[in-house]
Design a protein around this ligand. Sequence first.
Ligand SMILES: N[C@@H](CCC(=O)N[C@@H](CS)C(=O)NCC(=O)O)C(=O)O
Length: 233
Amino acid sequence: MGTPNGQKVTIMLEELLALGHQGAEYDAHLIRIGEGDQFGSGFVDANPNSKIPALVDTTNDTKVFESGSILVYLADKFGELLPTNPSERASVMNWLFWLHGSAPYLGGGFGHFYAYAPEKFEYPINRFSMEVKRQMDVLDKRLAQSPYLGGEQYSIADIATWPWYGNLVLGNLYEAKTFLDVDSYVHLKRWAETLAQRPAVQRGRIVNKVWGDESEQLAERHNAADIDAVLKS
Ligand SMILES: N[C@@H](CCC(=O)N[C@@H](CS)C(=O)NCC(=O)O)C(=O)O
């Protein structure tokens, strides 16, 4: 499903295809988490934790779950978007792990209580708003120093982070732009807008998305033409 965690993987695959890796050609099957598809035996076989995304590499029968693990697997397999130099690799890994520790406060914390909870509970909304603003400040300060999270080069750290904090500051997540004063994080906003211009981001972000604007919806992707048809319409 094309939630931020799902978008990480489809953006990564589209980046690999854009770099010329035909081996990154993929089938994106829709798992409707609202209808419980993630608990079916077929999906559980790929991810025992019953959460999207999950990847099955049919060339070697490797099953990969946890979106961060999928990004590292694909980066290693194709030798792209994750430096091999230990120092540069550590910088990318720092931000990749930062994202996977931080985003649950944005999604499961702020997003849940601000947008989805049946009642507006003031305490958790305040608590998680403060934390998300703190996190945006951390990203903003980092992106004041370098164009990308890992440093000078676009990497899987950016691919992991854009679907959450990029979508948030661009107004694609929770309609909280004004509430969180996202425009004050100018370096984060510049980064989010720059990444949004990348063709692979524009392609990957619509895959397995079945809500929102119709011009941004694609239930399943089985070849490049599936995305082309939506983006041309
Ligand atoms: N840490 C996991 C989180 C995955 C996750 O939370 N997936 C959500 C959608 S964004 C899900 O499948 N939820 C369904 C459920 O909890 O039943 C990852 O990064 O892959």
